[in-house]
Design a binder for this molecule. Structure first.
Ligand code: CP
Ligand code: NVA
Length: 307
């Protein structure tokens, strides 16, 4: 694995290797035998806000022996219009890897192509692969395997998190249901592309109760993703029926997991009561960002730059 640009670009074997290594990283935290990022300096180049992703990468890179530079896009020339290709060619000559959070997926792809250093997608408008790796790891820890499981995503079904989930369903053996109003469902052309290239079991509906019934996992994300703030009022009005509350949880399988990538907006996509009842899962899911990303860092470092 040279980069982590998307879940789409990973094979099933890559996914399984990352999940296994994440388990090893978690079990040996604080006493790792290897420090694959020793003598390396990684750039974190962020054009959007972040708590979990930033902290888990900063801590994870250091725990693997590396050093880290946090670069807010607004503080470097990128924010004044320097092209991503030129930023990539500069950072590629100084840093050993890059973690990028931005808007268009093409910016992460272009950075990887022009920098020549391992590049990790820390969220774009199209994918959030690091999040989904931690989610899969959490589900595997708690439920054992994916086979036959039903994961139901509820809310804005067209944003980065559900789109990455759809690609995960194309690679692993579980059923994904997406419950969203029509205007927030994944585009038919996108679903066609996934189905044409895999045996993904993905069901899309506007019937949230039906989608929740018998599910092993209920999952949600914010209704207003970063960059969509202008649409906030419209989104809150349209998505109001797609809240995870205790009545919805009661429709899922007994003992079902409730997951949230965070940050959570209580009273919107999830009630306070459900969030707090499932906080042990949700905050372990957040912690697992660290372990899953250390697995990714260690795998891409093996193929990393020579300087
Ligand atoms: N879930 C997630 O990516 O959180 P941050 O935006 O805080 O990094
Ligand atoms: N869909 C959300 C994820 C936040 C981690 C966003 O893009 O803002």
């Amino acid at each position: 694995m040279q980069h982590l640009l998307s879940i789409e670009s990973l094979s099933s074997a890559d996914l399984r290797e990352i999940l296994t290594l994440a388990g090893e990283m978690k079990a040996t935290r604080g006493r790792h035998a290897e420090h694959p990022l020793r003598h390396q300096c990684w750039a974190l180049l962020f054009s959007k806000s972040s708590t979990r992703t930033r902290v888990s990468f900063e801590v994870g890179i250091r725990e693997l022996g590396g050093d880290v530079l946090f670069l807010s896009a607004n503080d470097i020339q990128l924010g004044r219009g320097e092209p991503i290709q030129d930023t990539a060619r500069v950072l590629g000559r100084m840093c050993h890897g890059a973690v990028i959070r931005t808007f268009a997926q093409s910016e992460v792809d272009d950075f990887a192509r022009h920098s020549g250093i391992p590049t990790i997608n820390a969220l774009t408008d199209e994918e959030h692969p690091c999040q989904i790796l931690a989610d899969l790891f959490t589900i595997q820890e708690r439920l054992g395997s994916f086979a036959g499981k039903v994961v139901t995503f509820i809310g804005d079904g067209a944003c980065n998190v559900p789109l990455s989930w759809i690609w995960a369903a194309a690679k692993l053996d579980f059923t994904l249901r997406i419950a969203a109003p029509e205007q927030f469902q994944p585009a038919p052309a996108f679903l066609h592309k996934v189905r044409a290239s895999s045996n993904a079991r993905v069901e899309v509906t506007n019937d949230v109760e039906k989608a929740a019934t018998g599910a092993d996992v209920l999952y949600t994300d914010v209704w207003v993703s970063m960059g969509k703030e202008d649409e906030a009022a419209y989104r809150l009005a349209q998505l109001g029926r797609y809240q995870i509350d205790s009545a919805l949880v009661a429709k899922a399988k007994p003992g079902a997991l409730v997951m949230h990538c965070l940050p959570a907006y209580r009273g919107k996509e999830i009630t306070e009561e459900v969030l707090e009842a499932h906080a042990a899962t949700i905050f372990e899911q957040a912690e697992n960002r660290l372990h899953a990303q250390k697995a990714v860092l260690s795998l891409v470092a093996r193929r990393g730059s020579s300087h």
